[in-house]
Design a protein around this ligand. Structure first.
Ligand SMILES: C[S@@+](CC[C@H](N)C(=O)[O-])C[C@H]1O[C@@H](n2cnc3c(N)ncnc32)[C@H](O)[C@@H]1O
Length: 208
């Protein structure tokens, strides 16, 4: 794999105006699952093994990682896993039609460094509303993080949105990862014995 930067700033001007963001259109009746900040797509590759008929899309802001991971998936014959170079802070409306996504996964999102106050508010009311727009009724939003403050912020944003209900009971973390798939960071945390906070919410049918 070519040299890949460890971090980029998603608020850099060129990353706020990525020109060639595609529209993701699954096949007729084909379920669509999306990991936001997918890195090398380990989680999606596991998911694709469990469900070869579905489409698995990773949104990732490091272009060289997107290219290397797509080449790797092609070599392995994984035709239903695809990474797209896009910025989750601004590009979700271009990527996904309303009601088109069965599941969003936010696995170990980087803290947002827009401002000191919002340092940990990766999952804010705007993102939560945008994900609700793209989710099917009953669709799922799953979040994992090893940063407790970030998990609490995410829970507050989801609990106070009328568009979601917790699958684990109000203000309650999920006990385990139910998807038969692991992300790289999740494996790392498990090896290190670090705690992982998990949230599973469903798009409420009648919400706007
Ligand atoms: C901590 S890594 C987690 C990777 C993977 N989900 C996992 O659990 O192992 C966060 C990933 O999100 C990507 N990322 C951060 N901000 C992003 C943004 N605004 N849009 C798209 N991807 C972003 C980073 O480049 C990085 O690959």
């Amino acid at each position: 794999m070519p040299r890949v930067r460890q971090h980029v700033n998603p608020l850099k001007s060129d990353l706020l105006e990525i020109a060639d963001v595609p529209r993701i259109v699954p096949g007729a009746g084909q379920p669509l699952e999306v990991e936001l900040g997918a890195a090398e797509a380990h989680f999606l590759i596991d998911r694709a093994g469990a469900e070869p008929e579905a489409l698995f899309v990773g949104v990732e802001i490091r272009r060289e990682l997107v290219e290397a991971t797509n080449a790797d998936c092609a070599r392995r014959g994984l035709r239903n896993v695809r990474l797209v170079f896009a910025n989750i802070s601004v590009d979700l409306p271009r990527l996904f039609a309303p009601g088109s996504v069965r599941r969003f996964f936010l696995n170990f999102p980087d803290p947002w460094f827009k401002s000191r106050q919002h340092k940990r508010r990766v999952i804010n009311p705007e993102l939560v509303a945008e994900l609700a727009r793209a989710l099917q009724p009953g669709g799922e939003l799953y979040v994992m993080t090893d940063i407790f403050a970030l998990a609490l912020d995410a829970m507050a944003a989801l609990e106070t949105s009328p568009a979601y209900a917790s699958a684990s009971g109000a203000w309650t973390f999920a006990r385990h990862n139910p998807y038969g798939a692991k992300s790289r960071r999740e494996r790392q945390c498990e090896q290190e014995g670090a705690p992982i906070w998990r949230l599973l919410y469903r798009r409420v049918d009648s919400a706007v």
